[in-house]
Design a protein around this ligand. Structure first.
Ligand SMILES: NC(=O)c1ccc[n+]([C@@H]2O[C@H](COP(=O)([O-])OP(=O)(O)OC[C@H]3O[C@@H](n4cnc5c(N)ncnc54)[C@H](OP(=O)(O)O)[C@@H]3O)[C@@H](O)[C@H]2O)c1
Length: 320
């Protein structure tokens, strides 16, 4: 069997693969789509990041025998193009790989807002000593956190928020009791929880069902003191409605890691709104991601070779 693997992983993967099965053949592809070895008879493809849709098409055209594709990303909306869907390829994603760093980041956004970090940084910059009583400092203890999408990321967030004494509610497509959540609702009920939430976190995949999930109606249903956090995908939010909501005080603020257009255009109002914390789609990254991706791939490779079900198989119809 031949594997098509990212050149960046060669030093890590080569010794592990020869230990696993010395008969495995490998072709390599770099981030520009340049091959080392012949990809035409490769059956398994692992890509690394920076996978632009046209580059993916180029790689897949050169590798017509691919049957299983492991992608490192948890979201696969950028992969499931009509051309990709024409091919009979089993796609597995990286759900779980990013849950810990993102959950840590979500707590960062929450504390950034509750502990007035922007104001404190301004005070420090102007050498001003202002007693805490004059700042709108809040506790997160006892506050309600609503997480839309109670999957691997949602559950890691829930664990940490519970440890801070927050009430954690969530929504998922297949509602069921979920560790860390006091309450879980389905896709038709989450809107009724918005008026009670202090923090709302978006952790769903981007699918036809979740595109513009947070629209003007949802934003108007939120409390003026509520804070929105989007670590999912930009298109889960109606950005024009969000800009209005932030300017007109429908909500108190937002921590945004993902945007409709990335990189976020220089002229985007999000950069300069005083109640927005912008991060450059980095909440999922840490020094541990490559090692987790390789471990997931090798575990799935063993399963693939022994015809066992793979982890993280994407339901292409549902889009995640
Ligand atoms: N910012 C970043 O760098 C970054 C990094 C990684 C991932 N992400 C984004 O985060 C998403 C989630 O990742 P994950 O690892 O948590 O994936 P996951 O483990 O597959 O979880 C996805 C969750 O979303 C739920 N869901 C699907 N459609 C929904 C809907 N319409 N309403 C409410 N919940 C819905 C699913 O419900 P069921 O379980 O009931 O089916 C599942 O619980 C990814 O798809 C990606 O877009 C962003």
């Amino acid at each position: 069997m031949k594997l098509l693997l990212p050149t960046e992983f060669a030093p890590d993967l080569e010794p592990k693969l020869s230990q696993l099965d010395p008969d495995l053949q490998v072709a390599w592809v770099d981030i520009n789509g340049k091959f080392e070895g012949d990809p035409s008879d490769a059956e398994v493809y692992l890509n690394w990041f920076y996978l632009k849709p046209d580059l993916l098409q180029q790689v897949l055209a050169a590798a017509p025998q691919i049957r299983w594709h492991q992608t490192p990303s948890a979201g696969v909306n950028h992969i499931l193009t009509p051309t990709y869907l024409e091919r009979d390829i089993m796609l597995t994603n990286g759900a779980g790989t990013f849950a810990i760093p993102i959950a840590e980041f979500v707590l960062t956004y929450i504390l950034f807002h509750a502990k007035t970090i922007p104001q404190l940084l301004e005070l420090q910059a102007s050498h001003t000593w202002k007693r805490s009583i004059q700042l709108p400092l809040q506790e997160v203890w006892g506050k309600t956190l609503l997480i839309l999408g109670a999957g691997s990321i949602g559950q890691e967030i829930a664990k940490r928020a519970s440890a801070f004494g927050m009430h954690v509610w969530g929504s998922r497509r297949h509602p069921q009791p979920t560790p860390g959540f006091e309450r879980i609702v389905g896709t038709d009920e989450w809107r009724s929880l918005l008026p009670e939430a202090d923090y709302v976190v978006l952790a769903t995949p981007l699918t036809p069902e979740t595109r513009n999930l947070i629209d003007a109606t949802a934003l108007q249903a939120m409390r003026p003191s509520a804070y929105l956090i989007n670590i999912a995908r930009g298109a889960v939010v109606d950005e024009a409605a969000l800009i209005t909501a932030l300017k007109e005080g429908w909500i108190a603020g937002a921590g945004l890691d993902t945007f409709h257009t990335e990189p976020l255009p220089h002229e985007s109002p999000f950069w300069s709104l005083p109640n927005v914390f912008v991060t450059p789609h980095c909440s999922g990254f840490s020094a541990r991601i490559a090692e987790r991706t390789i471990a997931l791939f090798l575990d799935n490779l063993i399963r693939y070779q022994s015809s066992q079900p793979l982890r993280n198989v994407v339901d292409k119809t549902a889009g995640y």
